[in-house]
Ligand binder design. Structure first.
Ligand SMILES: Nc1nc2c(ncn2[C@@H]2O[C@H](COP(=O)(O)OP(=O)(O)O)[C@@H](O)[C@H]2O)c(=O)[nH]1
Ligand SMILES: [Mg+2]
Length: 374
């Protein structure tokens, strides 16, 4: 297969050159709009031709090595070329690929035009957001909004309005309070996501600040040393501790600890990819029927991973998220995708290992601030 990159003034011109140079069976693989250094908009098209195809234009060796998957997914297989039905199929397929490329080209074009229409202040804000982890399209959506509101906006006002707009998109949950009846809180999430540490931090805060009667229960019977670790944390905070290695134990604990204000239940970490493993926790949670189930997620994961973790644990019906390891997170703009795509609010943020200091109720202001300014 031969792959070649073309740069042209328009998509139409580029396609004409592709067909004249590579032949009628050339396939457009990708298209993007680019800006030349003199500001001229150009289109860059990557096209390919299967040299095994009977109509292929040349016997020359390929100028660029073609990845295996491109050969498999974009071009008709050689055996199919003798079959008119397959020919029609591959022609339709090529047209779809072509249309998708054109759509991508058009969306790039719109994006480049939007960027070009920004004044220098909004352009530098767009750059700042992009380098702080926002996706290009999110950054552009927000600054374009500012552009339409007031084209002569100052930097200070722009940042102020941006922070306010972002805050509206951040869904948070107020910290829990003593309610007068027993509150059961379960902590779930991937291994190492900070479940045990967050649980102990909150348990100590409940005991000291809310002057509550608190019990910590370890239902983590997989991780070696998990019970001992939690027991020593509990004793460090002067908090009662019980272990429950099965559903029967949990029932006994809940029946005999009715006088508590709070019961905090620690669970085993599970990989978000292990849906069976996650579902194994369901009977435990059904038995406890927690008032709150906190899903602990590390903020330093990519937005795709965070969303995948949420999707993995969604079956256990978490009510809120505890975002952990903010202190080990480089950029925060990616969290916007999380706030927009995950229906569950953020309850707490954790920014360190110190118990109990390094946890606080989620704050829209602080989250928006770190997203924009790092
Ligand atoms: N830097 C940092 N470390 C944390 C934070 N939360 C938890 N950790 C550490 O991450 C490790 C795993 O935490 P742990 O609570 O045991 O995770 P679990 O497996 O989900 O229970 C421990 O070393 C914790 O001290 C945080 O917010 N920041
Ligand atoms: Mg743990």
């Amino acid at each position: 297969m031969k792959i070649k990159k073309f740069t042209a003034n328009s998509f139409k011109e580029g396609k004409a050159r592709i067909f004249s140079e590579l032949g009628d069976d050339a396939v457009v693989i990708s298209t993007r709009s680019i800006l030349r250094s003199d500001g001229q908009e150009m289109v860059e098209i990557v096209a390919a031709i299967d040299e095994n195809h009977p109509d292929s234009y040349s016997e020359d060796p390929p100028s660029v090595a073609a990845p295996e998957n491109l050969q498999q997914s974009y071009l008709p297989k050689k055996s199919e070329t003798n079959n008119s039905f397959s020919d029609t199929g591959s022609r339709i397929y090529n047209e779809i690929v072509d249309m998708k490329s054109q759509l991508r080209y058009l969306s790039d074009l719109v994006k480049n035009r939007q960027i070009a229409s920004l004044n220098p202040i909004l352009l530098s804000l767009f750059d700042k957001m992009s380098s702080n982890g926002f996706s290009e399209s999110d950054a552009l959506n927000y600054v374009s909004l500012l552009n339409t509101q007031n084209p002569n906006i100052t930097e200070k006002t722009a940042i102020g309005v941006l922070l306010e707009t972002l805050q509206e998109d951040i869904n948070i949950l107020a910290p829990f309070q003593k309610t007068g009846s027993r509150m059961i809180c379960a902590f779930i999430g991937p291994t190492g996501s900070g479940k045990t540490t967050s649980l102990v931090k909150l348990a100590i805060i409940c005991k000291i600040v809310l002057k509550s009667s608190v019990l910590i229960v370890s239902a983590d019977n997989i991780k070696v040393g998990a019970n001992e670790q939690l027991e020593s944390f509990a004793s460090y905070g002067g908090i009662s501790f019980r272990q429950a290695s099965n559903i029967k134990d949990i029932k006994i604990v809940l029946d005999t600890e009715k006088h508590r204000d709070f019961i905090f239940i620690d669970t085993n970490g599970r990989s978000y990819k292990d849906s069976n493993g996650i579902l194994e926790l369901a009977p435990l949670l059904d038995t406890c029927s927690p008032d709150m189930t906190y899903l602990c997620i590390q903020a330093n994961y990519s937005s795709q991973s965070i969303e995948a973790i949420y999707r993995g644990f969604r079956k256990l019906k978490p009510n809120a998220i505890i975002l952990t390891k903010l202190d080990e997170t480089e950029k925060f703009g990616h969290l916007l995708t999380v706030f927009k795509n995950i229906a569950v609010p953020i309850a707490y943020t954790s920014s360190g290992q110190r118990i109990p200091e390094d946890i606080e109720p989620a704050s829209r202001e602080k989250l928006a601030e770190i997203m924009v300014n790092g």
